[in-house]
Design a protein around this ligand. Structure first.
Ligand code: PMP
Length: 426
C-alpha cells in the first residue's frame, strides 16, 4: 500500500497545525504510523489521497449512520447552500429538526441547538446549576463528554475522590466541583450522594459508554442513577451525543426506557455537519436565555446547512425503523466473527457490543468498568489496527474507542473485515 501522499501532507500539516491535526486521536499517536488523508467517501468506503480504499468503521466518529455521502443528505444540503449559507437569524429548518428530536425523545419539549457535543454538555451543566442553584456535578471515570473544563476531570485513586484535572490548564479549584464515580457501581454513587447529596446539581453519564471502548450499563446502575438523583433533587443528564439516533431512533433513552431530565445530542443529529443540542422538559429548558437567566448563545448555532443535513438524516431514520434491526443483525454478525477470529488465533480478548457500537478488548472479560477496559493489551491492539489498515479496513486508531457500523455496510464488507482481522492476529 503506497502512502506517500498522506505522509507528505502530514509532514506539511505539522508546520501549521499542532501535531498536524484538528483533533488529537487523528494523529495516530496511540498506534504509530501515518494518519491517512481521506479525500472521498461513499457508503461504507473511504479513499485516501494515495487512492487506497478502506472499509470505514469510524464513520467520522459516529455521525455517518447512513454511510458516507448519502444522496438524500447531500442533495438537501446542496439545495439549502445554494439559497444562502447562514443568516444569524432564525431559520425554518430549526423547527423541523426540533420536531424530529421531539419525535425521537418525547421528554425533549424544548431543544436548543449548538455546534458541538462539547457545547451541548457544557451548556446542559450550566443549566443544571442554574436550575438547581447547586455547585457540584457528578461524572463517571472514563466517560467522555467533550473538552469543557469541568468535564476534563478523572478520579484519583478510589471511587470517591474529588475531581482532579486530566488536562493542563484546568484549575484545580474548578475541577474540585466535579465529583467522579465508577461506572456500573451503584453503591459508589450512593455513597457520593450520601456525602454531597444536597449540593449536587446533576449527574451526567454515557448511557452506553463508547469512550472507554464499549461498556454496557447494568440495570441496577441505571436504576440507581434515576433513584438517587430524584431522591436528592439533582438532574439526570443522559449524554446521548454518541448513542442518540444510533441505538434506536430514540437512542439509549428508548432502548433502556430511561427517564433523564436533560439529554445532550450531537453526531448523527447533524448528519455529518456540525450540530448538537441539549433538550429537556419545558420547565427546565425555560431557564435558558432569552426565556430565563442561564446564558448561552452561538453565531452559527442552528445554521441552515447543519439543520438540513440533520433533517435529511433523521427523516430517513424515522421512516426506516428496519434500519435498526439491520444494524443489530450486522453488529451481531461482526461480534460473532470477531469472537471466532480471537478463538482461532488464540488471542485473549473480549468483544463488547451494543447495537452498532463495538469494541474488541484484548484481555479476558468481563469488561464492565473503566478499570477492566484499561487491562486491554495495547500492543496487540496496534497489531490488530495496522493489520486491518494495510488490508483496507479503517478501524478507530485507539484501543479505547467504539467502532461504528452504518446501514451502508454489507455482509461482504464484514467478511472482508474478518478475513483481515484473522490475518492481522495470526
Ligand atoms: N459526549 C460524548 C458521549 C461523546 O462521545 C463526544 C465526542 N466523541 C462528546 C460528548 C463531544 O462531542 P464533540 O466532539 O462534538 O465536541
Amino acid at each position: 500500500m503506497r502512502t506517500e501522499k498522506s505522509e507528505a501532507l502530514f509532514q506539511e500539516a505539522q508546520a501549521y497545525i499542532p501535531g498536524g491535526v484538528s483533533s488529537p486521536v487523528r494523529a495516530f499517536k496511540a498506534v504509530g504510523g501515518t494518519p491517512r488523508y481521506f479525500v472521498r467517501g461513499q457508503g461504507s468506503r473511504v479513499w485516501d489521497a494515495d487512492g487506497n480504499a478502506y472499509i470505514d468503521y469510524v464513520g467520522s466518529w459516529g455521525p455517518l449512520i447512513l454511510g458516507h455521502a448519502h444522496p438524500a443528505v447531500v442533495e438537501r444540503v446542496t439545495q439549502v447552500a445554494q439559497e444562502g449559507l447562514t443568516y444569524g437569524a432564525p431559520h425554518p429548518l430549526e423547527i423541523e429538526l426540533a420536531k424530529l428530536v421531539r419525535a425521537a425523545y418525547p421528554m425533549a419539549e424544548l431543544v436548543r441547538f449548538v455546534n458541538s457535543g462539547t457545547e451541548a454538555t457544557m451548556s446542559a451543566l450550566r443549566l443544571a446549576r442554574g436550575y438547581t442553584g447547586r455547585p457540584y456535578i457528578v461524572k463517571f471515570r472514563g466517560n467522555y463528554h467533550g473538552h469543557a473544563d469541568g468535564l476534563l476531570v478523572e478520579a484519583g485513586s478510589g471511587a470517591l475522590t474529588l475531581g482532579r484535572p486530566s488536562s493542563a490548564g484546568v484549575p484545580e479549584e474548578y475541577a474540585r466541583l466535579t465529583l467522579v464515580a465508577e461506572y456500573n457501581d451503584p453503591e459508589g454513587l450512593a455513597a457520593l450522594f450520601q456525602r454531597y447529596g444536597e449540593e449536587i446539581a446533576a449527574v451526567i453519564f454515557e448511557p452506553v459508554v463508547g469512550n472507554s471502548g464499549v461498556l454496557e450499563p447494568t440495570p441496577e446502575f441505571l436504576e440507581a442513577l434515576r433513584d438517587l438523583t430524584q431522591t436528592h433533587g439533582a438532574l439526570l443528564i443522559a449524554d446521548e451525543v454518541m448513542t442518540g439516533f444510533r441505538l434506536a431512533f430514540g437512542g439509549a433513552t428508548e432502548r433502556y426506557g430511561l427517564e433523564p431530565d436533560l439529554i445532550t445530542l450531537g453526531k448523527i443529529l447533524g448528519g455529518g455537519l456540525p450540530a448538537a443540542a441539549y433538550a429537556g422538559r419545558r420547565e427546565i429548558m425555560a431557564q435558558v436565555a432569552p426565556l430565563g437567566p442561564v446564558y448561552q448563545a452561538g453565531t452559527l448555532s442552528g445554521n441552515p446547512l447543519a439543520m438540513a443535513a440533520g433533517v435529511a438524516t433523521l427523516e430517513i431514520l424515522r421512516t426506516h425503523p428496519e434500519y435498526y434491526q439491520q444494524l443489530e443483525a450486522l453488529g451481531a454478525e461482526l461480534e460473532r466473527g470477531l469472537n471466532e477470529v480471537l478463538h482461532a488465533t488464540g488471542t485473549p480478548g473480549t468483544v463488547n457490543r451494543v447495537g452498532s457500537m463495538i469494541t474488541v478488548f484484548f484481555c479476558e472479560g468481563p469488561v464492565r468498568r473503566y478499570q477492566d477496559a484499561v487491562r486491554t493489551d495495547v500492543e496487540v491492539f496496534k497489531r490488530f489496527f495496522h493489520g486491518l489498515l494495510k488490508r483496507g479496513v479503517y478501524w478507530p486508531p485507539s484501543a479505547f474507542e467504539a467502532a461504528f457500523l452504518s446501514v451502508a455496510h454489507t455482509p461482504e464488507d464484514l467478511e472482508k473485515t474478518l478475513e483481515a482481522a484473522r490475518a492481522a492476529l495470526a
